[in-house]
Design a protein around this ligand. Structure first.
Ligand SMILES: CCCCCCCCCCCCC[C@H](O)CC(=O)SCCNC(=O)CCNC(=O)[C@H](O)C(C)(C)COP(=O)(O)OP(=O)(O)OC[C@H]1O[C@@H](n2cnc3c(N)ncnc32)[C@H](O)[C@@H]1OP(=O)(O)O
Ligand SMILES: NC(=O)c1ccc[n+]([C@@H]2O[C@H](COP(=O)([O-])OP(=O)(O)OC[C@H]3O[C@@H](n4cnc5c(N)ncnc54)[C@H](O)[C@@H]3O)[C@@H](O)[C@H]2O)c1
Length: 721
């Protein structure tokens, strides 16, 4: 028996699909030798360290020294072997790793193994004949599902699909050797996938057409899913060799599309932000988290109920607290509904949700029940006085080591911490709505927050299967602070002549899940209105004689306030920037009332309406957001552009195939972003958000270095870092 080892470890190789890295030549030679050696009767291919293979080294695809990756010939070599080749799949078999396994004549998997073709998630398609072999093995519908979503499937599902021949609970390698011994001498032709026909469907053409429509709708401009469908279509229409040629052609298109680079950047950025750093040199490498064995959530409104659901899903016992019994009952019902839905989704899976057990989930109005929790997440109304009152109470009731977290969207963490006797244990954990769905957790350290508190919040993010991003404290933190100028531009564009549906369309065509006005209607216009009233920008506390369209010498648009005064809060009232079929309705339609209202508003304020083209809409909204990003970096609120990009992709619906706002700026070109901001700023001198940030100017002055070098051009590190 000859064993060809597929290395895995930390993927330091140019090509990681096994066989073709470090010792690729020797493994290729090994296979040839095994074929030629009459004493070898069968071959077993396995991975190192309990992992089959995670596929190609993703960094290799954007490396200037990219070598022609010759995985296909290896897969063909395996398949054409005259001796049975069995794959022993442990851990993961992903991408090129699974393609290698598809070249084998038999596949044995450990019950805990996962398999998938995730290339689509990094902007590519399986490029080592996977799009041609997989449909031949498991049929077009299942193959298309795996290839266009990139999902990892567990071994049990792989067995049902026929992707593997056997699953084992114990030693996979021994099982693979047993199988290899059993099949020695049996004909191999029927096991060579390239020789098999693709199983027919009665309605193949219609099926593929519908699949294309579906993936295009979901892809929001991302090319890879569509090209995956085209590659699978080729498998159904052409002989194997021609299908492979088509796969290669489509792979080349994706590789040079720019989207693959953006998605691969996003893959590494998400991993890079785990290595957080904070003031005083504290970092991920030195700080250790505290265990969270029990948590509490205060306030069961929109956010609190999602946060409770998230904690229960992560198997963390929760005490859920409300201000009175009426709110408590409302909150309990909402939480139970969410958990029941989540349990339905998990049905049949290995996991179950134990939420009827009061030891796992307890509802109360009694603060004293928080005395033994390890962590509290406050999610009450966005009101500083209320938050301080709650934190003061918590610091008296909670045990000394308990971490006190606030879900505030924008308020000052230090001021909240000042109400406690333990500011080092106060931290912002900013969830995004719906909190049990959205992946982002913005983690905000205050002046006194300890490294242990940061490490614990990051650990919590991981336990909740979220992406934690550590940032500094400022109004709106990173995400909302960058959002303010974006939304402001969108409203200014309406004043100047545009319409909500035109602005939304441009940004949705760019790839945002939802444009700013649809988003505002969904979140509720009253939320921002309340905040502006608290800031004294509108409402009774506004000084008499303040010009309608100016605040503190800067341009201000009262349009959202005027809509709120009309009771137009968005979806919840059936009217906002759009009209809806009813209060609580979800279908937005352009509203003639709003159009008339905008015309009257322009007349009242003597604004000459003009046609605003798509380019201006896009640039003013996006470049003002990006400009704020440069200010955030310069102030040391975030440690690098990757942080901003991960926040936008995971919390704000930024299209991942455009890599996040800062990556996008680097692809547009910093000189162009600067020139456009200068132009718009000259036209609107009273809008600070359009005034190019000094850090952006500096980067352009030093000839726009690559994004990963930006931070080295900050002459002084801000006290925040
Ligand atoms: C111009 C014409 C050209 C025509 C050419 C035509 C021929 C082309 C032939 C091409 C052949 C293509 C072959 C194949 O189809 C392509 C591929 O295989 S692409 C890769 C597919 N694989 C993946 O996408 C897997 C990605 N990884 C993961 O999903 C996860 O990392 C994991 C493997 C499930 C492990 O998850 P975790 O345990 O949570 O660990 P981490 O995620 O933190 O990862 C640990 C560490 O490893 C790094 N890493 C993981 N996978 C890869 C990888 N594939 N490449 C590089 N690096 C990887 C990860 O970044 C972490 O390191 P850190 O960033 O923290 O330093
Ligand atoms: N809604 C969002 O999209 C969103 C997103 C991120 C962050 N946030 C932030 O999360 C927090 C909560 O927002 P929300 O939208 O869930 O608000 P919400 O109005 O829906 O819910 C707040 C809840 O807090 C409860 N509450 C008020 N005072 C309390 C007290 N003394 N004790 C216990 N409970 C009390 C209320 O009864 C209410 O149920 C705010 O700080 C908000 O800025 C909101």
């Amino acid at each position: 028996m000859f064993h060809a080892q597929i290395p895995f470890d930390r993927i330091p190789h140019q090509f990681k699909s096994g066989l073709l890295c470090r010792s690729s030549q020797s493994e290729k030679d090994g296979l040839k030798k095994a074929d030629a050696d009459p004493s070898v009767k069968a071959v077993m291919i396995c991975g190192e360290n309990g992992k089959f293979s995670a596929g190609a080294d993703i960094r290799g695809f954007s490396s200037p020294k990219r070598h022609g990756v010759a995985l296909s010939p290896i897969v063909s070599l395996i398949e054409s072997s005259e001796k049975p080749v069995v794959a022993a799949i442990e851990g993961v078999a992903l991408g090129g790793g699974l393609e290698v396994a598809l070249g084998c004549h038999y596949r044995v998997a450990h019950a805990k193994a996962r398999m998938g073709l995730p290339e689509v998630t990094i902007g590519l398609l399986p490029g080592a004949e996977g799009t041609q072999r997989l449909p031949r093995l498991i049929g077009v519908p299942a193959a298309l599902d795996m290839i266009t979503t990139g999902k990892h499937i567990p071994a049990t599902e792989a067995l049902k699909l026929g992707l593997v021949d056997e699953i084992v609970e114990e030693n996979t390698i021994e099982a693979a050797i047993r199988l290899a011994n059993k099949v020695i001498g049996q004909p191999l032709e029927p096991r060579r996938l390239s020789l098999k026909p693709v199983p027919k469907l009665p309605n193949m053409e219609a099926f593929l057409r519908e699949a294309l429509v579906k993936v295009k709708r979901q892809a929001r401009g991302c090319l890879a899913p569509e090209l995956c469908v085209q590659a699978v279509r080729a498998a159904t229409e052409r002989p194997f060799a021609e299908g492979v040629r088509r796969e290669r052609e489509l792979f080349g298109l994706l590789l040079s599309s720019g989207q693959a680079q953006a998605l691969q950047y996003a893959f590494f950025a998400e991993r890079a932000v785990r290595r957080w750093a904070a003031p005083g040199g504290a970092s991920w490498s030195s700080a250790a988290p505290q265990p969270v064995r029990k948590a509490a959530v205060i306030g069961l409104g929109t956010m609190g109920r999602g946060i409770v659901t998230s904690l229960v899903k992560a198997n963390i016992p929760v005490v859920a607290l409300e201000q009175d019994l009426e709110y408590l009952n409302k909150g309990r019902k909402a939480v139970m509904l969410l958990l029941e839905r989540e349990a339905m989704k998990m049905e049949g899976g290995a996991q179950t949700l134990d939420f009827h057990n009061p030891a796992r989930l307890q509802f109360t109005v009694d603060f004293d029940l928080l005395c033994d929790v390890d962590l509290v997440i406050e999610a009450v109304f966005e009101n500083m006085a209320l938050k301080k009152e709650i934190f003061h109470k918590l610091s008296k009731i909670c045990k000394p080591g308990a971490l006190l977290c606030t879900n505030t969207s924008a308020l000052n963490i230090d001021e909240i911490a000042s109400a406690t006797n333990r500011p080092q244990q106060v931290i912002g954990t900013h969830f995004f709505s719906p909190a049990h769905v959205m992946r982002l957790l913005e983690i905000i350290y205050g002046r006194h927050t300890s490294p242990t508190a940061i490490a614990t919040a990051m650990q919590l993010a991981k336990a909740l299967k979220k992406v934690g991003v550590v940032v500094g404290n400022c109004f709106g933190f990173v995400g909302n602070r960058m959002m303010f100028p974006y939304v402001q531009q969108a409203v200014f564009l309406l004043e100047e002549g545009s319409r909500p549906e035109a602005v939304d369309q441009v940004l949705e065509d760019f790839g945002f899940k939802i444009g700013p006005f649809r988003m505002s209607d969904l979140a509720g216009l009253d939320v921002g209105w309340r905040s502006r009233k608290e800031q004294g920008l509108t409402g009774p506390s506004l000084a008499a004689g303040t010009p309608a369209r100016q605040r503190h010498g800067q341009r201000y648009s009262p349009l959202p306030d005027l809509l709120c005064e009309q009771g137009r809060f968005g979806q919840k009232t059936g009217k906002g920037w759009y009209q809806y079929e009813r209060a609580g309705g979800r279908t937005a339609t352009p509203d003639p009332w709003l159009h008339d209202f905008l015309s009257q508003y322009r007349d009242t304020h003597g604004i000459q309406s003009r046609f605003i083209d798509q380019e201006e809409i896009l640039e003013r909204c996006l470049f003002s957001l990006i400009n704020e990003g440069f200010a955030i970096l310069a102030e040391g609120i975030a440690s690098g552009p990757e942080h901003l990009d991960v926040i936008y992709i995971n919390g704000y619906g930024w299209p991942k195939h455009r890599g996040g706002p800062m990556f996008y700026a680097s692809t547009v070109g910093l000189p162009r972003v600067l020139a456009k901001l200068q132009k718009y700023s000259e036209a609107h001198p009273d809008v600070p958000g359009l005034r190019p940030n000094a850090f952006l100017k500096k980067l352009v002055a030093v000839r726009s270095p690559p994004l990963k070098e930006w931070m080295s051009y900050l002459s002084h590190q801000s006290p925040k870092l």
